[in-house]
Design a protein. Structure first.
Length: 171
């Protein structure tokens, strides 16, 4: 299962610290070069002080957009970065590029409570995707539903993050 999921460091693709869109696309396409057929890349991304998750399969040219505030779709700049990364990846791998890269807005993802837990929800999305043995997250969350994360889910993820941080960033 772990060979079907790959992570992308948000520090590689961040709009503030990682340069122009073209530079971020090149970095992302380089990361895609490590992909196996059918592999999904998890791209946590922060724009306008809000975290979202894009799940990309560069082989099939499909991008799933997961926003805990259920906005319709990613920013135009973010879409350009990811689309160009897929195009560069396909070019360098000498693979045929389909006519259009498909963006799917997964409108059925759980909605965050309050205005300050988007990063926790993105981590919960990633956890659920990694634990999904059949990788059916897209069909589960494609349509609006009553999926939720309760306070226990959110608090457990906060606790996991705090333990990780303390272990790796304290003396």
């Amino acid at each position: 299962m772990t060979d079907m999921i790959a992570f992308v460091d948000p520090g590689m693709i961040d709009a503030v610290n990682c340069g122009f869109a073209a530079e971020r696309s090149r970095a992302l396409s380089f990361r895609f070069k490590t992909s196996k057929k059918g592999q999904f890349f998890l791209l946590p991304y922060n724009y306008a002080n809000h975290w979202v998750l894009s799940v990309v399969n560069p082989e099939t040219q499909v991008v799933y957009h997961l926003d805990p505030l259920k906005r319709r779709i990613a920013s135009a700049e973010w879409m350009e970065v990811v689309d160009n990364a897929i195009k560069l990846y396909k070019e360098k791998a000498k693979k045929m590029l389909k006519k259009k890269i498909v963006w799917e807005n997964l409108a059925g993802v759980p909605v965050q409570n309050g205005s300050k837990d988007c990063e926790i929800y993105v981590m919960l999305f990633m956890k659920e995707i990694c634990e999904d043995k059949e990788l059916e997250f897209c069909s589960k969350w494609l349509r609006r539903g009553n999926h939720t994360f309760n306070d226990d889910n959110v608090n457990e993820m906060k606790s996991v993050w705090a333990r990780f941080f303390l272990k790796h960033h304290t003396c």
